[in-house]
Design a protein around this ligand. Structure first.
Ligand SMILES: NC(=O)c1ccc[n+]([C@@H]2O[C@H](COP(=O)([O-])OP(=O)(O)OC[C@H]3O[C@@H](n4cnc5c(N)ncnc54)[C@H](O)[C@@H]3O)[C@@H](O)[C@H]2O)c1
Length: 276
């Protein structure tokens, strides 16, 4: 059978290549965003790294200088939609194109419900508001700015970092995180419907527990590490490099038939059962 879509004659490595592609990553100074930026650079992309932490952003961008591709940095707080519009629009205008945007910046926003102070009875409204401002409003602002910048070209890929905590309940996170990430899972679907006619694809990544700085700097406490690992079928936490494969796939033309889905990268945590 054949149909209206034209077969791309390039072999798969070329469809995965990021050479001559411009990608913007938010929350790129640390953790998963930094790993995404690194992997895309290694595949030849020009990467704009966006973060609100100017000092760490400069250090991380400098550390990636030899990774391949070219690196730009922009300091911006995604919870301020006007700033995001300027930052994303400016990066697109400067490079002359914007092929993919990772709306990845996020914060934990307080303790999980497994600790006494994270339970509903003592809900900290400022922590709740903070999580929604960054994780939900900041992501929506990023997705909108990306869509506006991509619309004239009639193509683009937007990737939202959701969380397995947005796909089911999770006693390790608090209400602000759970509510914001749950909302993001539906935001991915809503924006995919809205933007499909403009040739813009929208997908989500739902990481399970990864070693990053989201829960604080320095080595994780062994008891906490075990608690997280015990939620995962592979019985361990993820290392940052393990997010790079899906980031490349979703940013590249190799995912041209993928939109509107949230993809777990979680060592099997969403399966919900363990073998013998
Ligand atoms: N680490 C995990 O286990 C895990 C699991 C599921 C989802 N996630 C998600 O992954 C994403 C990245 O988190 P991470 O784990 O790499 O954490 P991280 O703390 O290592 O990195 C987050 C980065 O985002 C930046 N940031 C925070 N608020 C910002 C804002 N308002 N504007 C701009 N930049 C901002 C921080 O400065 C930091 O550099 C988040 O959306 C998080 O919810 C992480």
């Amino acid at each position: 059978m054949t149909g209206p879509a034209q077969r791309d004659p390039r072999p798969l490595p070329d469809r995965l290549s990021m050479v001559d592609r411009h990608v913007l990553v938010t929350g790129a100074a640390s953790g998963l965003g930094l790993a995404m930026a690194e992997g895309l650079l290694q595949c030849g992309a020009a990467v704009t790294m966006l973060d609100r932490d100017a000092e760490e952003l400069a250090a991380s961008a400098a550390a990636l200088a030899g990774a391949g591709g070219t690196v730009q940095q922009v300091v911006c707080d995604v919870s301020r939609p006007g700033e995001v519009e300027d930052a994303v629009g400016g990066a697109a205008a400067e490079s002359g194109r914007l092929d993919a945007v990772f709306a990845n910046a996020g914060i934990a926003g307080g303790p999980g419900i497994s600790s006494a102070e994270g339970r509903l009875y003592d809900l900290d409204w400022s922590a709740f508001d903070g999580a929604l401002a960054v994780n939900l409003v900041g992501t929506l602002a990023t997705v909108r700015a990306a869509a506006r910048a991509m619309r004239p070209a009639g193509r683009g890929s937007i990737v939202v970092t959701v969380s397995t905590a947005g796909l089911r309940a999770d006693n390790m996170v608090g209400y602000g995180y759970s509510a914001s990430k749950g909302a993001l899972a539906n935001l991915v679907r809503q924006a995919a419907v809205d933007l499909a006619p403009d040739g813009i694809r929208v997908n989500g990544i739902a990481p399970g527990p990864f070693y990053t700085n989201i829960g604080g700097r320095g080595p994780i406490e062994p008891a906490l590490e075990k608690q997280w690992a015990d939620t995962v079928l592979l019985r361990r936490m993820g290392i940052r490099q393990e997010i790079q494969g899906i980031a490349l796939l979703l940013a590249s033309d190799a995912s041209s038939f993928m939109t509107g889905a949230v993809h777990p990268v979680d060592g099997g945590a969403m399966v919900g059962a363990f073998g013998p």
